[in-house]
Design a protein around this ligand. Structure first.
Ligand code: NAP
Length: 520
């Protein structure tokens, strides 16, 4: 029997009831561990987090909490090799792809530690400048942001077990809000290990960080007024959480990051042979294959001037043909497995559905899998599709195949390209490949209403740009509509979710005193 990973609640490690749910190596199929969150006293654990963890965190100022984050960053850095190993085994990802998750987590924590240190010894934030409510300024209004006094429950997706925890926990802990994380079951091991390491290091006060592993009844019922939920996963689950009776009853604030049909747009100037065109092909291949395409930000639609559509297919296919797929333990392998056999089934079904509408332009062959048995391994080859009429297509704009798949879609003119991008009905990110700065600026503003982030790549930033799918802590992560309507990161903007904004209408002397004690 493999070990049952423990939960940490009410300041102590606790085993869930029953045999638990197995976690597997998605390449070999071997069982690695089990998780169970059954039978836990969630009400008691959540109360401990709010009362002990929350109070202890709020007793510290921003700079002191930022110092805790810096120490967490050190612990995560010291254990990096262990984490890459766990990720390889439980997520089936290559070392590079695992590093994308693990290093992204550490970098984000470290960034928030730096930004938080600059907020200094304050306990709340001033939001803007005071406004006079009386002509002579004797009575004024000042908005303040104060740390929320509930807990933050993170319900996370399987694809980023490391970054998915820390990109949320860094701004929450910096804000003084205790965290309870419920990682996705299939890849919970890495999250659980990171939490265990940070707790063992004794950095955080008791109750500041808790973890519940496995599907647990009563998670949302245990929420109380002033608690917060930050969800990452599918749109269906987001809807169920938002519509949950207890969430509605207490008007629990919910941030949701869901699925998204992101696009790459090749500018009209970027003809085959140009550097911008080559940069597009390289980035699309990268996006389709990093983490086997299991990125919420991955490029799913490639919008191309129609006269260049065939050349785009050829260039992307040529890049995909170079990518060896299989067991990430083999150093030649550049793309590992999907996270589980369940995901493999879902991706296969999605590929068939997409293929019923779009033409399969290129696909790798299962026979070329390296060191992986297709009967056991959750490996799937990259699939590139194409359509001739993007307006008539529906699945292409609506069906997120959460694997190494994308579709080339031709456009007539820029207005048509923007309209096609909008057919995602709200996306996390779109990238623009062009050498025309005026077009890039116009397109970015034109597309911003439907996207959380616009990533512009010109030849001048070929080496400097951070990558379409890389979520940088300084930039907003989230998107309208289908992408969930949530907002994360964006530097200190992220603290807004974990604070309550309140207007203080008061005599000038009180407002002056407030401003003197606040960070802004
Ligand atoms: P999912 O099925 O919605 O699961 C996400 C999380 O919700 C998991 O922890 C899951 O637990 C939990 N969950 C499911 N049903 C629940 C319920 N009724 N009550 C409470 N918790 C519940 O999504 P997924 O398949 O794991 O994730 C893939 C999707 O996430 C993709 O569509 C992707 O686009 C999206 N995603 C978005 C972002 C982003 O930042 N926008 C990032 C990553 C992924 P169990 O694992 O125990 O079932």
């Amino acid at each position: 029997m493999t070990p049952l990973l423990e939960n940490h609640l009410a300041g102590r490690w606790q085993s869930g009831a029953g045999a638990g749910t197995p976690l597997h190596d998605p390449v070999t199929g071997a069982e690695l561990a089990r998780v169970s969150g059954a039978g836990l006293d969630l009400a008691d654990g959540f109360a401990f987090a709010r009362m002990q963890g929350g109070a202890a965190l709020r007793a510290l100022d921003y700079a002191q909490r930022a110092a805790l984050l810096a120490r967490i960053g050190e612990v995560l850095t010291a254990r990096r090799d262990d984490y890459l190993d766990l990720s390889l085994r439980n997520s089936g990802t290559t070392r590079n792809d695992s590093a994308f998750d693990v290093d992204g987590a550490t970098y984000t924590v470290s960034q928030y530690a730096k930004w938080g240190a600059a907020l200094g010894p304050a306990h709340w934030l001033a939001d803007g400048e005071p406004v006079k409510l009386a002509k002579d300024g004797a009575f004024q209004s000042l908005h303040v942001l104060v740390p929320q006094r509930g807990l933050a429950l993170f319900i996370n997706a399987f694809n980023f077990p490391a970054w998915g925890l820390w990109e949320k926990a860094a701004p929450a802990l910096l804000s003084g809000v205790p965290v309870v994380v419920k990682p996705a079951t299939s890849t919970a091991w890495l999250t659980q290990r990171m939490v265990a390491d940070v707790l063992e290091a004794g950095i955080l006060p008791p109750g500041a960080l808790s973890i519940v592993c496995g599907r647990t009844d009563g998670l949302l019922e245990a929420l109380e007024p002033f608690d917060l939920v930050s969800f990452t996963g599918s749109a269906d689950t987001a809807r169920a959480i938002r519509g949950h009776a207890n969430v509605l009853r207490h008007a629990i604030r919910v941030n949701a990051e869901t699925d998204s049909l992101n696009s790459a747009l090749i500018g009209p100037d970027a003809a085959p042979g140009s550097e911008a065109f080559a940069l597009m092909a390289r980035e699309v291949v990268r996006e389709m294959t990093v983490k086997s395409g299991q990125k919420c930000t991955a490029i799913r639609r490639v919008l191309v001037p129609r006269e260049h559509a065939a050349a785009a297919v050829d260039a992307i296919a040529a890049g995909l043909a170079q990518v060896k797929v299989g067991d990430p333990r083999n150093e030649a392998v550049r793309m590992g497995a999907l996270a589980s056999r369940a995901q493999l089934d879902s991706v296969r079904a999605g590929l068939a559905q997409l293929g019923s509408e779009a033409r399969l332009a290129w696909a790798g062959r299962d026979a070329d899998l390296v060191d992986a048995d297709p009967r056991r391994a959750a490996c799937v080859m990259p699939h590139l599709f194409a359509v001739d009429d993007g307006d008539a297509a529906t699945q292409v704009h609506d069906l997120e195949v959460f694997g190494p798949a994308a579709t080339v879609v031709p456009y007539r003119d820029p207005g048509h390209a923007f309209a096609l991008a909008r057919r995602g009905f709200g996306s996390l990110v779109a990238s623009l490949f062009t050498d025309d700065a005026a077009f890039a600026a116009r397109a970015a503003v034109e597309m911003a209403h439907a996207h959380g982030r616009l990533h512009v790549v010109t030849p001048a930033v070929a080496k400097a740009h951070t990558g379409h799918g890389n979520v940088m802590p300084a930039s907003l992560h989230g998107g309208p509509g289908r992408a969930g309507g949530g907002e994360e990161l964006g530097g200190l903007r992220a603290l807004g979710f974990y604070h309550q904004r309140s207007a203080v209408q008061a005599p000038a002397a009180v407002v002056d005193s407030l401003r003197a004690g606040a960070a802004s």
